[in-house]
Ligand binder design. Structure first.
Ligand code: SF4
Ligand code: SF4
Ligand code: FES
Length: 388
């Protein structure tokens, strides 16, 4: 049976230390014991880690939901479950950040994506206990995110406090927040997360809190419970969810609004599948993610009375001006008043070769969007925001 293991390419490695310091390798980095979880491969900013084929000859015996199965040795619990016919459908981050793949292993909650399947292990696929998630960076935001109204962004003091949830289902090579998107860490409960946010909200005297990331919607139970707890301890709080929208089915949206979400920012990466794949580097689920995000915007605008902001990234190496115009036309058919934020994609992570779009370029893209009938377009530039 052929699986893949990680190898560092010394010619490409820049010794940044991320694989050593930010990735919780479940074995020993790049050793023969590698279980191919890919956590280091996804986190390396310089593409210096390759996944190379490696044969697994021996089978081990494990118990899944009290039945005996034989699976290859030195693979992850996710791979073992898949091998045995129990694929984890909700395992989107794969780096130990979102906790959506949590299962009970020998009576303890563990993450299937970064845990090794070992001889005699007892796996219970029904998770017991409450949801958890790796959360970091509770911080005040001066300008907020895509779901922050422009009128608030222009103030010279924080408009909200945000928490950043680790793990993402996209693999964007130009990710602007890659340490949170592609690493795990210590997990928190929804209650602790909500309490930290309310404490920070008081410290900075703001009315709003935000869930950002990484992709904050990955672990549905965690996000819903966090929002419900926020409303329990601070009834008047405005709650902003900053998301790529890829998992926001109508029932998930209804549940978020019922829980207490008041503002949402959805970052629509593209209109065409080609551009979407280039920006996100997602392959298998790209079509579903893209469709779900666009449907989510329409569903919210048609059915819910909450603040909606739409993000459109721009960099000429990734998106054409024609596609920006086509996105504008699609959005204008849903609403001409919705706030649309053009985001200048800068060199970052694995795409340090990108050139920062100039303020003039961003102004041109904004004009293209305005020409489609949209009248609430703002553009983020290196020189500050261009208002509607
Ligand atoms: S993350 Fe990549 S570039 Fe950085 S030290 Fe590890 S292998 Fe080298
Ligand atoms: S982080 Fe995962 S893929 Fe990388 S060396 Fe460790 S076990 Fe292998
Ligand atoms: S898929 Fe395992 S923690 Fe996200």
């Amino acid at each position: 049976m052929i699986y893949k293991i990680a190898r560092r390419n010394p010619n490409l490695c820049r010794f940044c230390g991320i694989c050593r310091d930010a990735v919780s390798c479940p074995t020993e980095l790049f050793s023969e014991d590698c279980i191919g979880c890919k956590a280091c491969y996804l986190a390396c900013p310089y593409g210096a880690i390759e996944m190379v084929p490696h044969e697994r000859k021996r089978l081990i015996e494990i118990l899944i939901d009290r039945e005996i199965y034989f699976v290859p040795e030195k693979i992850t619990v996710s791979d073992a479950l898949e091998f045995a016919g129990f694929p984890i459908s909700s395992a989107p981050c794969g780096v130990g950040g979102c906790f959506a793949c949590a299962v009970m292993i020998d009576s303890e909650t563990k993450l299937a994506c970064v845990t090794e399947a070992v001889e005699g292990m007892q796996i219970d696929t029904v998770e017991k206990g409450g949801p958890m998630r790796v959360v970091s960076g509770f911080a005040p935001h001066l300008v907020g995110g895509v779901g922050t109204p422009y009128a608030l962004k222009s103030r010279m003091r924080p408009v909200e406090v945000a928490c950043f949830l680790h793990g993402c289902n996209y693999r964007c090579p130009q990710c602007q927040n890659h340490v949170m998107a592609f690493t795990g860490g210590v997990a928190m409960t929804p209650e602790t997360t909500a309490e930290m946010l309310v404490r920070m909200k008081g410290m900075y005297q703001v009315e709003r809190v935000a869930f950002s990331g990484g992709e904050c919607t990955l672990n549905r139970k965690f996000l819903i419970e966090s929002i419900k707890h926020l409303k329990r301890i601070d009834k008047g709080v405005r709650i902003h969810v900053d998301t790529n929208g890829s998992l926001l089915t109508s029932d998930y949206i209804d549940e978020l609004v019922d829980a207490g979400m008041t503002d949402i920012g959805i970052d629509l990466k593209a209109l065409s599948l080609d551009t979407f794949t280039r920006i996100t580097a997602v392959s298998k689920d790209a079509e579903r993610y893209l469709k779900t995000a666009w449907n989510a915007v329409k569903y919210i605008l048609d059915n819910h009375d909450i603040f909606v902001g739409i993000g459109i990234p721009y960099n000429q190496a990734l998106t054409s001006s024609e596609e920006i115009g086509a996105m504008g036309k699609e959005i204008a058919q849903m609403s001409t008043d919705v706030q649309v934020s053009l985001l200048d994609y800068r060199p970052a992570f694995k795409r340090r070769d990108l050139t920062i779009p100039t303020a003039a370029e961003m102004a041109d893209m904004k004009n293209i969007l305005n020409a489609t009938g949209l009248n609430n377009v703002i553009a983020q530039t290196g020189e500050g925001y261009i208002g509607p």
